[in-house]
Design a protein around this ligand. Structure first.
Ligand code: UDP
Length: 313
């Protein structure tokens, strides 16, 4: 297959590019590098089946030749980035989704939209099944991401219903691993960087809010299976092991062998506004339709991620 991956220089886009290349496919990677980095795909440059286009998918995109699949993974993806790039975040989830859907339609390609657990907002149901409609603030600092992704889902399904496009929607829960940006502001890089430099781990609020962390290899496997499945409605891909952020901080210090303390902070700049109090995927649908479930536990995934960050702090 010849596959277009947007956000190919990002954390997930680059790992997906690796997977498709390793499976023998041809990958066209696209990224405008506002939050992605060429470091993530340096090893693919020069590969005969990989090419890279530095382009903003929120503007009209042109790709020569045939395409069999389009995977739209381009987007800023951390609360810090939404604060810095709220309009590009809205544009890539809306105009970028429109452009990539139009491209998929023109090429007769299958389309996969990277959605998010943020579509559930601050959920009133835990764990979250795909049938839950969510509890989203339409005008807070996170809304540029949440609402763009919700619009993206609706647009993807409109193309499926109106044009008969083959579409897939993955709702990605917190994912971590090598190639995350050290300074992206999310909890995994923050805590690991703090632990490795023996600085206090900055727990926001009282640390009782929960998340469920999946290692990137599990996500890549789930996305790969979803693309080749027949499921056009959204599918959660995440690890259902839920923990409080305070427990997560302790796990990071333990696994990294750090003597860092924990401090409780209350960011006032919007990073903590509307922070979901709980988050945990209901993965029964992924099990049923994809035969998928995560295989990497936190101890193993965190140890590998700490190794990656150790050489970079
Ligand atoms: N968080 C934290 N300290 C940090 C960064 C984040 O306690 O230095 C918390 C944040 O408030 C949230 C959780 O960790 O409850 C996950 O935040 P992240 O930004 O990684 O992603 P989110 O799941 O909120 O999109």
């Amino acid at each position: 297959m010849r596959v277009l991956i947007t956000g190919a220089a990002g954390f997930l886009g680059s790992h997906l590019s690796d997977r498709f290349i390793n499976e023998g496919h041809t990958v066209v990677g696209m990224d405008n590098l506002i939050t992605g980095s060429m470091d993530n795909i340096a090893h693919l440059m020069g590969h005969e089946r990989f090419s890279f286009v530095n382009q903003d998918v929120s503007n009209y995109i042109y790709v020569a030749g045939e395409l069999d699949a389009v995977l739209h993974f381009a987007s800023p993806a951390s609360p810090n980035d939404y604060l810095e790039f709220p309009i590009p975040t809205m544009k890539v989830g809306s105009l970028g989704t429109h452009n990539t859907l139009g491209l998929a339609k023109a090429k007769g390609a299958r389309y996969l939209f990277a959605s998010t657990s943020e579509t559930y907002g601050d959920p009133l149901v835990n764990p979250q099944p795909e049938t839950y409609w969510g509890n989203v603030n339409p005008n807070g600092p996170r809304s540029c991401y949440d609402e763009a992704k919700r619009f993206g889902e609706a647009l993807t399904l409109s193309y499926q219903r109106y044009h008969g496009l083959e579409t897939r929607i993955v709702r990605i829960f917190n994912t971590y691993g090598p190639r995350m940006r050290l300074n992206d502001g999310r909890v995994v890089p923050n805590f690991i960087a703090q632990a490795l430099t023996n600085k206090p781990l900055t727990v926001y609020g009282d640390g009782s809010q929960t998340r469920s962390f999946q290692y990137y290899t599990d996500l890549v496997e789930g996305v790969y299976r979803l693309l080749f499945s027949g499921e056009s409605m959204p599918v959660n891909i995440g690890n259902p092991v839920e923990m409080s952020i305070l427990d997560f901080a302790n796990a990071v210090t333990e696994i990294s062998g750090s003597s860092s303390d924990i401090v409780f902070v209350h960011p006032k700049d919007g990073r903590f506004t509307d922070d979901p109090k709980v988050r945990r995927p209901d993965i029964s649908k992924a099990k049923r339709v994809l035969g998928w479930e995560p295989t990497v536990d936190l101890a193993e995934g965190l140890a590998k991620t700490v190794d990656f960050f150790r050489s970079r702090v």
